[in-house]
Design a protein around this ligand. Structure first.
Ligand code: NAD
Ligand code: DAU
Length: 350
């Protein structure tokens, strides 16, 4: 029986992955290890918390004793590692937190796997979930492939790049079976409202300014979170050991166009006059080191594993807005407390 440790399972993508594995693989035990930082929320998993094949452990991936104890307690056979500090703006103000969690935390998990699986490396998999930001920024043309040279610019992407290198080093040096996927920007239910799409949805609901960084012509490639979880399931089961898979939506949007689309869809859903929310758009100071464009070539995972996004952007965005409108209590909960202080500091000028 597989006993899979999913780290960061109370976060945005992690909760979607936990839900998928608990529901689609009843013969596996899913152990969710999460420190419940500001970004981790057990409300995200209410629907599976009593499932017989699910366990939650509040623990910190930087703490070797806690991680080792969880490996021993459950006889962990595989790891899907998502726990991380994930917000670029926070990494600019607090880079050390990103080194400690994303680099030291990842190496602490790798050490546990190295020690606990010793003599049986062929029977176990360490799957590391990473980001397209490790590749740096694109100009107007081109796509990131698995061969693109690493060129991270923010403390966040530098820490993720470093963790990717450590995962490959443990594969090459110790023979641990590893796989890495690098995904583009996700969106969907339970997305923390410090990130572009949920922040704009929340501010439109509350008639607050919509802060667009710089000239607004920065481009991201958006993927519905459930399609990322499907891809992770496939890579976990069928990915080639030691390989990397890029995951993306073939769905590029300039930030300003995306914000205008959100304004239009939300005016319709909220019964507001067309053009109402557009008036909230406010250009603000740019993000330092802001990467101009990300876009993923997801050809390899499509050719080798048969994956392609299942949800169109129109469908996914509409479902996402509906989810946020139906879950205002969740939004209010996560935007109170510490987040309110972060917001006031980050957006002090508007
Ligand atoms: P998130 O910030 O929503 O969730 C991170 C989770 O990790 C939280 O539940 C948090 O409590 C937990 N965590 C943080 N530090 C921890 C620690 N020291 N010990 C244990 N748990 C800890 O992040 P997300 O957006 O869901 O991203 C998940 C992963 O996917 C990250 O590794 C991120 O780099 C990667 N990724 C994210 C995106 C995206 O668009 N959000 C895209 C590609 C890759
Ligand atoms: O590409 C994958 C990455 O996508 C993940 O690895 C990260 O964890 C995730 O946070 C995300 O990083 P981005 O920096 O691309 O996402 P964010 O939502 O912070 O910003 C998206 C774009 O919108 C970016 O160009 C900055 C811009 N932006 C963001 C915010 C929060 C604004 O213009 N205004 C804002 O208030």
């Amino acid at each position: 029986m597989k006993k899979i440790l999913i780290t960061g399972g109370a976060g945005f993508i992690g909760s979607c992955v936990v839900r998928r594995f608990v529901n689609n693989h009843p013969d596996y035990l899913i152990v969710n290890l999460d420190a419940l930082t500001y970004a981790g929320n057990l409300q995200n998993l209410k629907d599976v918390e009593n499932a017989p094949n699910y366990q939650f452990e509040k623990a910190d991936i930087r703490n070797r004793d806690e991680v080792n104890a969880i490996f021993d307690k459950y006889g962990i056979t595989d790891v899907i590692h998502l726990a991380a500090e994930s917000h670029v703006d926070r990494s600019i103000t607090n880079p050390l937190d990103f080194v400690l969690t994303n680099v030291i935390g990842t190496v602490t998990l790798l050490e546990a796997a190295k020690e606990k699986w010793k003599g049986h490396y062929a029977d176990h998999l360490f799957y590391h979930v990473s980001t397209d930001e490790v590749y740096g920024a694109l100009g107007a043309e081109g796509l990131f492939t698995e061969e693109t040279r690493y060129d991270p610019h923010s403390p966040y992407s530098a820490s993720k790049a470093s963790s990717d290198h450590f995962v490959r080093a443990y594969h090459d040096t110790y023979g641990i079976k590893t796989v890495i996927s690098n995904c583009s920007n996700n969106y969907g239910p339970y997305h923390f409202p410090e990130k572009l799409i949920p922040l704009m949805i929340n501010n439109i609901i509350n008639n607050k300014p919509l802060p667009v960084y710089g000239d607004g012509n920065y481009t991201r490639d958006w993927l519905y979170v459930k399609d990322h979880a499907i891809a992770i399931d496939l890579v976990f089961h069928e990915g080639k050991t030691g390989d990397t898979y890029n995951i993306g939506g073939f769905n590029e949007w300039k930030n300003i166009d995306l914000v205008q689309l959100l304004c239009k869809q939300m005016d319709e859903k909220l019964g507001r006059e067309p053009g109402t929310s557009n008036q909230l758009i406010t250009y603000v100071k740019d993000r330092p080191g802001h990467d101009r464009r990300y876009a993923i070539d997801a050809g390899k995972i499509n050719r080798e594993l048969g994956w392609a996004p299942s949800v169109t952007f129109e469908q996914g965005l509409s479902e996402t807005i509906d989810w946020f409108l139906a879950n205002e209590a969740w939004l209010n909960d996560v935007t109170s407390g510490n987040y309110a202080t972060y917001y006031d500091t980050q957006y002090a000028s508007i």
